[in-house]
Design a binder for this molecule. Structure first.
Ligand SMILES: [Zn+2]
Length: 265
């Protein structure tokens, strides 16, 4: 019989869930839509990276702070990805419906007494991130649950990320080398002009015809290892801060002004 090393929400009975110490438990919720990531990366790139972040976070939290009980919630493979909705393989849902589901999921957990949660997503579409932050804001205000979304914060504070470019290709080379098509080495750099008026255009309409931006050919395993490890450490520290009452989510100002009704449908 397999020994349980990770506490998975879906594997617990309602009585076991009832016994979890609410002051020590943090529910890790992995989420990301399936989305085209250039001709060199799989549709599930954000999902696969998100899952690895969560697994590694779990290990590091257990190792560094035994008092915390991380609980892994099942992967939610949906979300809004309007920027690539016109490319094969992308599956995008209405951003408001998505935000509502995230809100209701958190609310349901809060109603069961859970006090801490972290949403982990490697998908960083501005509309999608805004919808998550809105859901978090409401649950924090109304139900007093504390919820961190540290991945977008990491990239907002550390200089951003292109879509399926150097950063993502590097992380995939590090985590899933067999899923990276060798053509990444010969892909040309794609720079797109982006202004506030372009929020409704897809990446394709903006000139990124193969569903990537930036420079995938500069990717390396070394860069991927460093980026992944820095990101996981940031997420782990964020959980510690969350449980010490010190964590703040981060939303850059332009995102605050972005109305969700402008989503690309
Ligand atoms: Zn991605």
């Amino acid at each position: 019989m397999k020994k349980r090393t990770i506490i998975r929400f879906e594997e617990l009975s309602f009585t076991k869930i009832g016994e979890l110490d609410r002051n020590k438990s943090v529910i890790i919720i992995p989420v990301s839509p399936l989305e085209a990531h250039g001709p060199h990366l799989p549709i599930g790139t954000d999902m696969l990276i998100t899952e690895e972040i969560c697994r590694e976070m779990y290990r590091r939290i257990k190792r560094k702070r035994r008092s915390i009980i991380p609980v892994m919630y099942p992967f939610q493979a949906f979300g809004y990805c309007g920027a690539n909705k016109d490319v094969m393989g992308s599956v995008s849902v209405d951003v408001k419906a998505f935000g509502k589901i995230m809100h209701d999921t958190l609310r349901s957990l809060a109603a069961q007494g859970f006090r801490y949660s972290t949403i982990i997503t490697f998908h960083l579409d501005p509309f999608y991130i805004k919808a998550i932050h809105r859901a978090i804001g409401k649950v924090e205000r109304v139900y007093g649950m504390k919820v961190a979304e540290p991945v977008s914060k990491f990239f907002y504070l550390n200089g951003g990320i292109s879509h399926a470019g150097k950063e993502e290709t590097s992380i995939m080379l590090y985590l899933y080398p067999y899923l990276v098509d060798k053509i990444y080495k010969s892909l040309e750099r794609v720079e797109i002009e982006f202004s506030i008026l372009d929020f409704r255009k897809t990446l394709r309409e903006l000139g990124a015809k193969d569903a990537y931006t930036g420079n995938p050919s500069e990717a390396s395993i070394e860069h991927g290892r460093k980026l992944f490890n820095d990101l996981v450490n940031f997420c782990v520290e964020s959980v510690f801060e969350l449980m010490e009452g010190k964590y703040r989510n981060f939303m850059p100002r332009p995102l605050g002004y972005l109305p969700l009704f402008l989503q690309r449908k």
